[in-house]
Design a protein around this ligand. Sequence first.
Ligand code: PSU
Ligand code: MN
Length: 283
Amino acid sequence: MALESTVIAHGLPRPRNLETARLVEHEVRDAGAVPATICVAGGMLVVGASDALLGRLANENGVAKVSTRDLAPFLARVPDSGLGATTVAATAEIAARAGIEVFATGGIGGVHRGAEHTMDVSADLRALATQPVVVVCAGAKLVLDLAHTLEQLETLGVPVIGYRTDELPAFYARSSGLPVPHRVDDAAAAARIARLQLDRGAGMLVCVPIPEASALPRGELEREIDAALAAADAAGVRGGDVTPFLLGRLGESSSGRTLDANVALLRNNARVAAEIATALAGM
Ligand code: PSU
Ligand code: MN
């Protein structure tokens, strides 16, 4: 089962990032699957980072954020292309090439707020449409335009499946008010859809609400998100730097509440994904 590394290098602060990377791998093993954290190191695609490599991803300065557009240029650097953390898009591509069918993350990238002006739409969406991998998430990152993200997923033909929910989860919150087109209530049902969808050569999204005990009230974060977006705009942050900037600001302004929630949903998604992987392996 695949795990991404951008969340370790750029999504969570030290020291929680390394701790969480290990906890997430533990959840996967506990549920009977084998974790493979994916990254790029020394000019090679790495499927199954060692604990030492997890430590470097978490603690080294200057780890690159590698999305699909960056894979070939990054690998071609000589003599040593350094260490790269892969986004959902790049991780899904590498997982598919390695024959891995299930991948867990926190929140996918999607359509940014104001994308009608900036055209900032994550490469994650296209990767979901073109890579035969099940991506398990808690929805899209909250800093995004969730309604437009759903529309884009429809355009791209990506099935969005609610896991024990009829709504798109809103990352830190369990509901967004936006209905999802399909629902499953257990891993076996998700695996049956996955078998058919992956055999079409395309991926799908399974959306799992954050566990009740760790959820934050919807709406409470809106003001903080608006402030983070305004700060990004004022600082002239663009492109791939936008997401890490916003997540960093939100972490500071919510004094750790968002961080605890983020860790809880990552662990929960890893567990559900491991159950789906196990069901798929038994089919
Ligand atoms: N969601 C999070 N934390 C993250 C990311 C998403 O809560 O760190 C990362 C994922 O790796 C995702 C990437 O693929 O951000 C999307 O970046 P962009 O919007 O630049 O495509
Ligand atoms: Mn972007």
